[in-house]
Write a protein that binds this ligand. Sequence first.
Ligand SMILES: NC(=O)c1ccc[n+]([C@@H]2O[C@H](COP(=O)([O-])OP(=O)(O)OC[C@H]3O[C@@H](n4cnc5c(N)ncnc54)[C@H](O)[C@@H]3O)[C@@H](O)[C@H]2O)c1
Ligand SMILES: N[C@H](CO)Cc1c[nH]c[nH+]1
Ligand SMILES: [Zn+2]
Length: 424
Amino acid sequence: MELLRYDDIDLSQTVKRSEEDVNNVLDAVSDILKNVRQNKDQALKDYTQKFDKVTIDNLKVTDEEIKEAYDTIDDTLLEALKKAAANIEKFHKKEIPEEWNIEVREGITAGQIVRPINSVGCYIPGGRAAYPSTILMTVIPAKIAGVKKIICCSPPQKDGKIGNAILVAAHLAGADEIYKVGGAQAIGAMAYSTESVPKVEKIVGPGNIFVTAAKKLVFGQVDIEFPAGPSEVLILADKTANAEYIATDILSQAEHDPKASCFFVTDDEKLAEDVSEIVDKKTEDAPRSEIIKEALANSGKIILTENFEDAIYVTNEYAPEHLVIMTKDDEGVLSKINNAGSIFLGKYSPVACGDYGSGTNHVLPTGGGAKMYSGLSTESFIKKPTVQKITQEGLEKISKTCIPIAEYEGLFAHVDSIKTRLNK
Ligand SMILES: NC(=O)c1ccc[n+]([C@@H]2O[C@H](COP(=O)([O-])OP(=O)(O)OC[C@H]3O[C@@H](n4cnc5c(N)ncnc54)[C@H](O)[C@@H]3O)[C@@H](O)[C@H]2O)c1
Ligand SMILES: N[C@H](CO)Cc1c[nH]c[nH+]1
Ligand SMILES: [Zn+2]
């Protein structure tokens, strides 16, 4: 892995990552979306043939296919999915926002109510790996929020089916419909509707650069959560950390995608060298070594700083999807972290646990999005309309605040709507 000294680099250039690639495919993805809008199911089938090399007749997964998935799934995997689902459910129930109402001034009460989005589409990646875990991470919070219609889209495998674990996870989590289509074309289908796939109000879920570009382009037509692109991890550690643990966290995110990004930041030169050596060695033996090598060559960096404050600065500038902190004072370091999607404290908290079932969500902002957004949560599926009630006395008092501002803005119908009531 490439080792860079903080003092020798232009940090703003070093932390740049896959967002640039997303921008490079916007034109191609825009053509895909246009075709889906015009030719609907036929476009979905043509792109599935072109990109996934599969012929699909029926896009919608049938009840028989779900039953077959239950019949064929491995018992241990089924139990694991159920336990993961229970943990994710417990964590996400805690995220339900409260309804509240307060007296703002005498005669004016105001508050918020909590309402679900009506329909949601969950994108479940399926190109380089199958992601039943992503079904749990997207459908469960939507269900807890009270979303009435939850559909899922995922690319079919070479046999034209969706993997049994994805179908079982979708059923366990409570998805209403599942469609065998992936990539930008799936996002287009959920944004515009086709003969088979209904339009939804919000699209969530991670994916490769084509999926991420499509979500950016349909934003406005539908809501999206944020760009959740190729996986990332940054490990922030001092000399007390275990080099092998750090190396395993790097490899675990690098194996997702050649466009994954993995950074290790430390102020300890020996640890930096050890991690570099272990990563290189483990890469050779890894089952997905080709993907890992490409990812690390593109965006795998070890940054060595002179002091730990600089290491924290680099971390906040990179704003990782996942941040692992392994230091002698993890909580103290945490208090200085502002920008990260999900944070893992201490040597026994590998990112893989958050990826699968310790309860937190794994759909997280990438490409520096953690500077502006939080990860997917129950709140992502909820709207919070405000409500107010004003008494006659309250109106008299607040009119003295509102009328001068309305007059300044030249909006006299606004003034009139208040004065008319006062004069009655
Ligand atoms: N940020 C997160 O929360 C999170 C969570 C899980 C996974 N991920 C990421 O999701 C991504 C999954 O990517 P994937 O590729 O495995 O699956 P994917 O389902 O996102 O993409 C596969 C689809 O891409 C389309 N495609 C392939 N080549 C194309 C081309 N040349 N032009 C247009 N479309 C094309 C195909 O339609 C195919 O079905 C990875 O980058 C992984 O790191 C992110
Ligand atoms: N690490 C991914 C998010 O970037 C989530 C995931 C799913 N399965 C394994 N990992
Ligand atoms: Zn992962």
